[in-house]
Design a protein around this ligand. Structure first.
Ligand code: 3HC
Length: 311
């Protein structure tokens, strides 16, 4: 009887325990998790494109090896998250189709171009820094496979953030041109990084329910504030300015006050009208189509092995 099952589910959530794939769960809980985990996975995979753009043009073998390791990590993050999502009864083939057909989203941040090599450092510092703010609380999300994937991903994300910051620190100790390149990159990525946390809480249709179900542990605005407070001293240590005239420490609040992101721009990018949306999806579609023969071969091999095994 559904009431007893729902009471059990609610009790598990109330004591901050994990819901596992075989546990009974409300259909809305399952659907919200498929939506969020799939879009998180899509973000990791699409996120390989902006940085991948600089793999062949990294300035040294060391920088190339670090960037290669990071881009490969993102692919792995995507695979952990697709696997966590598949425990909810969807297949990554379906999810890939929904991504390519625009029926599922990925993080807005990856629709911005990487115009200079400093962007590789800025993405590590700001984008992976924002991802860490968002993903550490998700280690305690109520759905078991998602939370466990987050624990592994957060460990690798710290390396991503450190390597980006170290790259920028090196450039800031270089020439005036390099310092100008870093500042120009930070100016382009600061506001889109704040938009990664989602719309303001007052305009977030999913936050309340996701908090009630223990899927989200903090609201969008909370995590955005945490990211700003964490990043301001890092920017000072780096010697760059953040492009927000309203950014100022507020002693009474114990936090930094900051300006409003351009939510019109955010909605346009989420709707598919950002600088690189079409390019990102076309690239993903091409990679999917180019990989079809591998999927067919693996399926044929698995079928033949099953027949051989049965004889
Ligand atoms: N980009 C694209 N879409 C976004 C968005 C963003 N930055 N922020 C919000 N949206 C979408 C939501 O998906 C939702 O649309 P949907 O209902 O069709 O899914 C709508 O805007 C309203 O937003 P809500 O705040 O109501 O939605 P959520 O409660 O799902 O909150 C979220 C949005 C904070 C992104 C949440 O889904 C979340 O925490 N997701 C997991 C984290 C994640 O996806 N991170 C991606 C960052 S990139 C990354 O991790 C790669 C790293 O290695 C660099």
């Amino acid at each position: 009887d559904e009431d007893r099952l729902l009471a059990g589910f609610d009790a598990t959530i109330a004591r901050n325990d994990r819901i596992e794939p075989r546990d009974w769960m409300p259909e809305g809980y399952r659907k919200t998790l498929v939506r969020q985990v799939a879009q998180h996975a899509h973000s990791e995979i699409i996120g390989m494109q902006p940085e991948g753009n600089w793999l062949t043009r990294a300035p040294s073998l060391r920088r190339k090896a670090i960037l290669l390791a990071k881009v490969q990590d993102e692919a792995g993050h995507g695979l952990y998250l697709y696997s966590a999502c598949e425990t909810l009864g969807v297949s990554r083939a379906e999810l890939t189709e929904m991504l390519i057909e625009g029926r599922q989203k990925y993080s807005s941040i990856f629709n911005y171009p990487t115009l200079s090599y400093a962007d590789v450092g800025t993405i590590g510092w700001l984008v992976d820094g924002a991802a860490i703010c968002n993903q550490v609380p998700l280690c305690r999300t109520s759905f078991g496979p998602y939370g466990r994937a987050m624990i592994r991903i957060c460990k690798e994300e710290s390396f991503h953030q450190r390597q980006g910051y170290e790259l920028l620190m090196t450039m800031m100790r270089g020439t005036d041109e390099q310092r100008a390149m870093v500042q120009e990159s930070v100016d382009r990525f600061w506001w889109p990084a704040l938009m990664m946390f989602g719309p303001p809480d007052a305009e977030s249709p999913n936050t309340a329910q996701s908090m009630a179900w223990g899927i989200k542990r903090n609201t969008n605005d909370d995590l955005r504030q945490r990211f700003v407070d964490m990043t301001v001293p890092q920017a000072e240590a780096l010697g760059v300015t953040l492009p927000d005239p309203d950014l100022v420490w507020n002693e009474d609040r114990g936090h930094h006050d900051f300006g409003e992101p351009d939510w019109e721009e955010f909605m346009a990018v989420v709707k598919g009208n950002g600088p690189c949306n079409a390019q990102r999806i076309a690239h993903r579609r091409r990679a999917h189509e180019d990989g079809a023969w591998v999927r067919e071969a693996a399926t044929a091999f698995a079928a033949r092995s099953r027949i051989a095994g049965a004889q």
